[in-house]
Design a protein around this ligand. Sequence first.
Ligand SMILES: CCC/C=C/C=C/C(=O)SCCNC(=O)CCNC(=O)[C@H](O)C(C)(C)COP(=O)(O)OP(=O)(O)OC[C@H]1O[C@@H](n2cnc3c(N)ncnc32)[C@H](O)[C@@H]1OP(=O)(O)O
Length: 327
Amino acid sequence: MIVSVCSLAKRSGLCTVQRAMLAVVFRSAVTKYKGLWLPSQTVARAMSSSGGATPPYTTLAISRPTESITHVELHRPEKRNAMNSAFWSEMVTCFNELSEDPECRAVVVSGAGKLFTAGIDLMDMMNNVLQPEGDDTARISWGLKKKIRKFQETFSVIEKPVVVAIHGACVGAGVDMITACDIRLCTQDAWFQVKEVDIGLAADVGTLQRLPKVIGSQSLVNELALTARKMYADEAKSSGLVSRVFADKEAMMAGALQIAGEIAGRSPVAVQGTKINLIYARNHSVADGLDYIATWNMSMLQTEDLMKSAQAALEKKSPKTKTYSKL
Ligand SMILES: CCC/C=C/C=C/C(=O)SCCNC(=O)CCNC(=O)[C@H](O)C(C)(C)COP(=O)(O)OP(=O)(O)OC[C@H]1O[C@@H](n2cnc3c(N)ncnc32)[C@H](O)[C@@H]1OP(=O)(O)O
């Protein structure tokens, strides 16, 4: 199909630059799905209608909309994707596997059913997570700290670029999770709630540390975290929590897939380096960040990807027109 569009453009008398631009625009509107070039909208629809969790997982449905994009769907729709003990360990296994998988160059995360996630599974939290284990206060505290660190790890292990697509609601630990993702999108009906104060605890899986870096206004972060008020899509956009708001889930999934495709089509050396250095810069001073990238790039600048991408730029083509080997 791509080939026929290109030859059509050639016959139409368009110049090389116009033809190249047309090809890029066309490519961003379609996605290769199971060997066929299909409209991104159609692939997004297929992504949103998964049957159930993917064994051995019980809370996640994993699919590959394209060779290089993995879709991870939170999948406990009947419990509003509440995060139970299985979820916390499955997420770590899943993201560790994706980190090791050279085929996977970008990840889309979304939620099945009515909403993105209702946060931690409250029944599980009361019956399992918070059950005291240990003979005295010191030992119980020691064990709890280990648990909290393990929960924190769940969202910190995400090494590949992650686009998260939020619809309906994103509550409590859901906010912790999305602040650890790279690109946040939502639907017009989405709302966000740092709910932890309402259940008697200070959020401890990343919101209090990452949200101030994400939305920039400490006053707004304080208000959200201290009052647990809901924040709706428009404010999420204006405050910078999300970068785009879509009319509905289908449009959002198509948008997420398109962004993931933009990332996955570029040099994995450049993409991974960018993600790692952005996170480093967030957590360190400018001086430390500059030193880190200099050390990083003293080896990474030797990649063949640089020549390929520069060649594409000279030819006035998208870097996505080149093939980059796995990382
Ligand atoms: C060391 C700990 C670190 C982590 C800390 C994390 C903290 C947090 O995440 S705080 C936030 C906790 N979450 C909540 O307080 C949200 C509770 N849920 C709701 O308010 C509503 O369910 C919601 C507005 C999200 C959706 O409402 P809707 O009317 O659409 O659904 P429901 O009829 O209420 O629920 C359907 C079934 O799902 C079960 N469920 C929903 N949320 C949870 C949850 N968080 N934990 C466990 N189960 C949940 C609900 O009980 C219904 O089940 P059933 O009755 O069997 O149909």
